[in-house]
Ligand binder design. Structure first.
Ligand code: URA
Length: 238
């Protein structure tokens, strides 16, 4: 595939943008500048650098971010910066989307992809992909709250009670809660319905994939095939 087309497929802009990048000597392959936009390379495993930043050709993008507080999961944020400002522009240009949304004040694991099938399968309630949260709560936790959450709590506008898939008191004020749906403010509303109040919320895992403790807030990482296996969701490539 021509270098210019490879760059376009990876989100580096229009045909003219990509030809310009190459002609200006800003693209290198194996450490050597390639200034021919028509140079032919095989996409599989193709490694290149633009302005000194290394990239690898990816048919689909899958990544995990440790979302900081005070960022909105929207392209048109209202009160805080968009979570997409924390991604490199080529990923935004190739239309990588957050997998579901976290509230502005929620921190922790947020996936991004441009694989619509994977995104849908992760968030569809029918697929029952576990989402695990640590909720810091206002009042001390007790077994009655735990039992209510496991049995199912009634929420406004929901026809059926919603139950946690798992629930564990980690300390008097920290509850680990697993849910399989992604409704608006779900964890906060469930805990309120059980008689407590969420003061801090952090997502620690999706499926069997845990947020790596070494990933700092606001940073992101590429997901490997093994990570995708752990999430347990099929995408377009599978
Ligand atoms: N449940 C919530 O209440 N908020 C989130 O951000 C995610 C799940």
């Amino acid at each position: 595939m021509q270098l210019e087309r490879l760059l376009r497929a990876q989100g580096f802009g229009s045909k003219a943008d990509c030809r310009g990048l190459v002609r200006q000597g800003r693209v290198s392959v194996d450490g050597v500048v390639c200034d021919d936009p028509n140079a032919d390379f095989s996409p599989a495993g193709f490694a290149f650098a633009v302005d000194g930043v290394s990239w690898r050709f990816r048919d689909k993008v899958y990544l995990a971010m440790n979302k900081p507080a005070h960022f909105e999961c929207s392209h048109q944020p209202r009160h805080h910066p968009s979570i997409y400002t924390l991604l490199p522009q080529p990923l935004v240009t190739r239309d990588v989307q957050a997998v579901g949304r976290l509230d502005e004040d929620t921190t922790g694991l947020l996936l991004f992809t441009d694989d619509g099938q994977f995104n849908h399968n992760c968030i569809s309630p029918k697929k029952k992909v576990p989402k695990v949260y640590d909720a810091t709560v206002k009042h001390p936790l007790d077994s009655a709250q735990l039992e209510a959450l496991l049995a199912g709590v009634v929420l406004n506008d929901e026809p059926e009670p919603i139950a946690a898939m798992a629930c564990e008191i980690r300390s008097p004020h920290v509850l680990r809660l697993t849910v399989t749906e992604g409704k608006y403010h779900l964890v906060k509303r469930m805990i309120a319905a059980a008689g407590n109040r969420v003061e801090g919320l952090h997502r620690v895992a999706i499926g069997g994939f845990e947020l790596p403790p070494a990933l700092p807030l606001g940073h992101w990482m590429w997901l490997t095939a093994a990570d995708l296996e752990r999430i347990g969701v099929r995408g377009a490539a599978a």
